[in-house]
Design a binder for this molecule. Structure first.
Ligand code: NI
Length: 138
């Protein structure tokens, strides 16, 4: 476990009041926990902007009766074998599928994969959750 350092932070009264409201809403137990999470979030943003190896999850919602989209999703996934570490397909109901694609690799390629999938005709919704390998986070 890493050493814990303490430091004082000077903030305008209004800002700390807003911060306290925000962390209460988000169910943090204290300011330190909230601040740690915010710092980690910024470090992850930096990883994505500096083209370091990152991790993420792409979600897709599509109609499985539209065979063209199903085939294209598969073709594209085969083209990104190196970046895709796992996929999970969930049959939501008679028509709709949810696919979760776990990815690891360089941000440029992950974003290219996401954009390629997102732009397919027949994809109803897609998201990219940008996360980290965890190596540089404490
Ligand atoms: Ni399905």
């Amino acid at each position: 476990m890493s050493k814990i350092f303490r430091f004082g932070v000077s903030l305008p009264k209004e800002l700390i009041e807003e911060f306290d409201k925000l962390i209460k809403n988000k169910k943090y137990n204290n300011r330190s926990e909230a601040l740690r999470d915010m710092i980690r979030q910024e470090l992850i943003k930096k990883e994505w902007s500096e083209n370091k190896e990152v991790v993420g999850a792409i979600t897709l919602i599509y109609n499985h009766h539209k065979r063209e989209v199903v085939n294209k999703v598969l073709d594209i996934q085969h083209n990104f074998q190196k970046e895709i570490i796992s996929t999970q397909h969930i049959h939501l109901d008679h028509d709709n599928c949810l696919e979760i694609v776990a990815v690891k690799g360089l941000p440029q390629l992950i974003i290219k994969l996401t954009d390629t999938l997102k732009s397919l005709k027949g994809i109803k919704h897609s998201t990219l959750s940008m996360s980290s390998t965890g190596t540089n986070l404490q």
